[in-house]
Design a protein around this ligand. Structure first.
Ligand code: KG4
Ligand code: ZN
Length: 347
């Protein structure tokens, strides 16, 4: 049995976890800063790193305590070193280095996107049967929208990414336009439940011949509708029968439908072209109910969909990715630095 301590501080969650053999979670502690940043309508980088400084030690202590694990039981430390906010990443990387040095443990730097992929190794079924290669990964979060072909552990082929806003960023910006608050994804999902997704014909950027995405035109279309309305409506405003303007619920539902339609269709095309055995989704936007339903309904192969707590940022997925690198004999040196723009490519 190999136990890894995972540490994740790339954005606004301070997290530590203990994971066995990359597949079994013993603890996964997440201290969220959502309330702190909500009043700014997005993550305030300096506040995020200072909050990580305050939380990191208690969060790690709690992860060891919850797992009933003592330091001599830990075999290695895996930590996110990019992509993300430099000041936030530094807290996790420096803490991991200090602990690895003090406890004489191997250190393994992990790409945050790889963490989102490995959420699918932590699902109950994965303990009996691991995800099968070749595998197509759709990673959609606040900072990323990427389609990645995974042929084996550590073997990634990059197929496409967003050319402007990430999917989660589009949800956050449109939620702000609609006066729905932060984070935007869950707020839009909730508002959309009362709306009609077919009520507005919003644009879809297909970018034919590529696996890239673009959501800025969609965001501008929503901006036009909102400014034409001349005011910001609130979420609980009901649709007025005499108003010709669409309701917030109808805009939210149509926007969500447009994003999900493009994500699902491009994933379906890539799954067919590359003849993958399975598709997995990860990242905060993978928590979206409509995306989860349409992925299951429209993809020609099984779709691995992690529980919501493993889609958003957490350290268990970092420890899982770390295990497979550790098992492969990989180690990071003491010169491990943060790489805020780190990409996930091996070709
Ligand atoms: O992966 P994550 O926790 O952090 C990053 O690495 O960015 O993703 C956060 C993003 C935010 O943009 C948030 O609005 C979005 O995920 N999100 C959602 C939902 N829950 C979170 N987007 C759509 N629907 C949701 N239910
Ligand atoms: Zn993330």
């Amino acid at each position: 049995m190999t136990l890894l301590l995972g540490i994740e501080t790339s954005c606004d969650e301070t997290s530590a976890a203990i994971v066995e053999d990359g597949v079994r979670i013993h603890s996964n502690v997440v201290a969220s800063q959502i309330e702190l940043h909500a009043k700014y309508g997005g993550v305030f980088p300096e506040m995020a790193s200072r909050e990580h400084v305050l939380k990191i030690v208690p969060v790690i202590e709690r992860a060891l305590h919850d797992a009933q694990v003592a330091w001599p039981d830990v075999d290695a430390i895996a930590v996110t070193y990019g992509p993300g906010l430099a000041g936030s990443l530094l807290v996790g990387v420096n803490t991991a280095k200090g602990l690895a040095l003090a406890k004489s443990l191997p250190l393994i730097g992990i790409n945050h996107l790889e963490g989102h992929i490995y959420a699918s190794w932590l699902m109950p079924d994965a303990m009996d049967s691991s995800p099968e290669f070749p595998l197509l990964c759709l990673i959609v979060s606040g900072g990323h929208s990427e389609l990645i072909l995974m042929r084996a552990h550590g073997e990634y082929e990059w197929l496409g990414a967003t050319r402007d806003d990430a999917a989660g960023e589009a949800f956050d910006k449109v939620a702000r336009l609609l006066g729905l608050g932060y984070p935007g994804g869950p707020a839009i999902q909730k508002a959309a439940e009362q709306g009609d997704a077919g009520s507005l014909k919003l644009p879809r950027a297909w970018l034919a011949g590529t696996y890239d995405f673009s959501f800025s035109g969609l965001k501008t279309a929503v901006l036009r509708i909102v400014t034409a309305d001349g005011r910001r409506q609130t979420a609980d405003e009901s649709r007025s029968p005499i108003s010709v303007m669409p309701s917030v619920a109808d805009i939210a539902a149509s926007f969500q439908e447009s994003v999900v339609d493009v994500l699902v269709e491009k994933t379906r095309m890539a799954a067919e072209q590359f003849g993958v055995k399975q598709v997995l989704i990860g990242g905060g936007v993978a928590a979206n109910k409509t995306l989860r339903e349409q992925m299951r309904a429209r993809l020609p192969v099984p779709v691995l969909i992690p529980p919501i707590a493993l889609c958003t940022d957490n350290a268990a997925v970092i420890a899982s990715a770390g295990y497979f690198h550790f098992a492969n004999g990989e180690r990071s040196g003491w010169d491990l630095d943060v790489v805020p723009g780190l990409r996930l490519v091996s070709n």
